[in-house]
Design a binder for this molecule. Structure first.
Ligand code: NAD
Length: 375
C-alpha cells in the first residue's frame, strides 16, 4: 500500500511522522512510501536520507494523495482539501476537538488519534503521550536551568560553596518522573507532589522526597485512585490542604516544574499568586500545563514572564524543542500502531473489535465514532 508523509504545517510543529529508520521498515514490509520534499528538515532529517531508505520524494499533493497518510498534527482545512475520501489518517488528531473530528468525518476520512490509545501494556510501544511527555519533562528541566541564574549542583570551590538547587515537581506522571530523573543528574534536591498514592514509591525510588497530603475521608482516598491510571479532580478540601503544604515547600524552592493534568478538564491550580509572591526572587516556574489553562494562573501561553520576581515559563509543546528525538520516538510509535491496522500482505485490515483500534478510531465511512467530552 502507498504511504504518504506530508510536511507538518501547524505553527511551531517541528516533528515529523516518519524517520528514515521507519521508512526503511515500511519499504521492507512491501509498502511504497512518498515523503514530501524537505518535510523532515525541522527535525534534521534530509531528503537524501529518506531516498536512501527507499522513499520517493514528492509534492504535498503526492503525499496527501496516498491511501494511508501519516501525520503529527490533525490536518488543517487546507490539508483536508487534499485528502481524498476514504483516506486513512494516523496522527495525534486530538480526540477533544469535536469540530475537527466532524470535519474529518465529513471528508470521508478514516482517522486514528494515537493519544486516545488505552494505557494498557500492549499499547505501550505506541503510546505517544508517554514518548512525548518523557521528552517534555527532560526539556522542562533544561529550560529551567537555562533561565535560573545559579548552579544546579552543590559545588565546593576555592571561592566558596554553592548550594544545590531545590526543585519542586507538581504532578508526577511520565513528564514529572523524567523531570525528577533529569534534575537529579544535574544535582538538584527534589520534592514532588501528586494525588495518586502509587506515585510516592516511584518518587522515592528516584531519590526525591514525596510531599504527603493525607486523606481524611474515604471519598478522598477513592477519588485519588484515579481512573485508568489518570488523576481525577480532588475535592476542594484536599486541594486546600495540598495548597497549604505546597505553599511552604514552594517558598523554599528555586525551581518548580508543574505537569498536573486531569484529562478533559482545565488543569488544577497548584501554585497560586500568593505562593508566587512568597517565592525567592530569581526562582523559576515551568508550567507544563499551560495549554490546559496552567497550574499557575500567572503563566502565559508561549511566553516567559517575570511576576513578583519569579520567571514563569509558559512554553507549550516542549517535545517540539527536541525535534529529532521526538520524531524518532513518535515515528516508532506510529510504526507499531500500523501493525494493528495493516495485514501481512500490506493491505488495510480494520479490526474494530481490537481494543486499541476501537479506542483510537475517531471516524470512518462518514460517521463520527468517538470524541471525548471537555468537562
Ligand atoms: P498526566 O499527564 O495526565 O498528568 C500528570 C500528573 O499530574 C499525573 O501523575 C496526575 O496524577 C497528576 N495530577 C493531577 N492532578 C493533580 C493535583 N491536583 N496535584 C498533583 N498532581 C496532580 O499523566 P501521564 O503522565 O499521562 O500518566 C498518567 C498515568 O498513566 C500514570 O499513572 C502513568 O504511570 C500511567 N501510564 C501507564 C502506561 C501503560 O501502562 N501503558 C503508559 C504510560 C503512562
Amino acid at each position: 500500500m502507498r504511504i504518504g508523509i506530508p510536511l507538518e504545517t501547524a505553527a511551531g510543529e517541528t516533528r515529523f511522522a516518519a524517520t528514515p529508520e521507519t521508512v526503511k521498515k515500511y519499504v521492507a514490509q512491501g509498502h511504497q512510501v512518498t515523503v514530501q520534499f524537505h518535510a523532515g528538515v525541522a527535525a534534521s532529517l534530509t531528503d537524501a536520507a529518506y531516498q536512501a531508505a527507499g522513499a520517493a520524494m514528492g509534492s504535498a499533493a503526492d503525499a496527501f494523495g496516498a491511501p494511508l497518510v501519516l501525520k503529527v498534527r490533525a490536518p488543517s482545512l487546507e490539508e483536508r482539501s487534499l485528502l481524498p475520501s476514504g483516506t486513512v489518517v494516523v496522527g495525534m488528531l486530538n480526540p477533544f476537538d469535536a469540530d475537527n473530528i466532524a470535519a474529518m468525518a465529513g471528508c470521508g476520512l478514516t482517522a486514528f488519534a494515537l493519544e486516545a490509545a488505552p494505557r494498557i501494556t500492549r499499547a505501550q510501544s505506541m503510546d505517544v503521550l508517554s514518548s512525548q511527555a518523557n521528552i517534555a519533562g527532560y526539556k522542562a528541566v533544561l529550560l529551567a536551568a537555562n533561565t535560573y541564574q545559579r548552579f544546579m549542583p552543590m559545588l565546593m570551590t576555592a571561592a566558596g560553596t554553592v548550594k544545590a538547587v531545590r526543585m519542586l515537581v507538581m504532578g508526577v506522571g511520565v513528564a514529572g518522573l523524567q523531570a525528577i530523573a533529569t534534575a537529579k543528574r544535574l544535582g538538584a534536591v527534589i520534592e514532588a507532589s501528586d494525588v495518586r498514592p502509587p506515585v510516592k514509591e516511584q518518587v522515592e525510588s528516584l531519590g526525591a522526597k514525596f510531599i504527603d497530603v493525607p486523606f481524611i475521608t474515604d471519598e478522598e482516598r477513592e477519588i485519588a485512585q484515579g481512573v485508568g491510571g489518570y488523576a481525577r479532580a480532588m475535592p476542594a478540601d484536599w486541594m486546600r490542604r495540598q495548597a497549604e503544604l505546597v505553599h511552604e515547600r514552594a517558598r523554599l524552592s528555586d525551581i518548580i516544574i508543574t505537569t498536573a493534568l486531569i484529562p478533559g478538564r482545565r488543569a488544577p491550580v497548584l501554585i497560586g499568586e500568593e505562593t508566587v509572591k512568597a517565592m525567592k526572587p530569581g526562582s523559576v516556574i515551568v508550567d507544563m500545563a499551560v495549554e490546559q489553562g496552567g497550574n499557575c494562573p500567572l503563566s502565559e501561553l508561549g511566553k516567559t514572564v517575570t511576576k513578583h520576581g519569579v520567571h514563569i515559563i509558559g512554553q507549550p509543546d516542549l517535545a517540539t524543542l527536541l525535534a529529532a528525538d521526538a520524531s524518532a520516538l513518535y515515528a516508532r510509535n506510529v510504526l507499531d500502531f500500523l501493525k494493528l491496522i495493516i495485514d501481512k500482505d500490506a493491505n488495510l485490515a480494520l479490526n474494530r473489535d481490537d481494543e486499541i483500534v476501537a479506542a483510537t478510531l475517531l471516524c470512518h465511512g462518514g460517521e463520527v465514532l468517538r470524541k471525548w467530552q471537555q468537562q
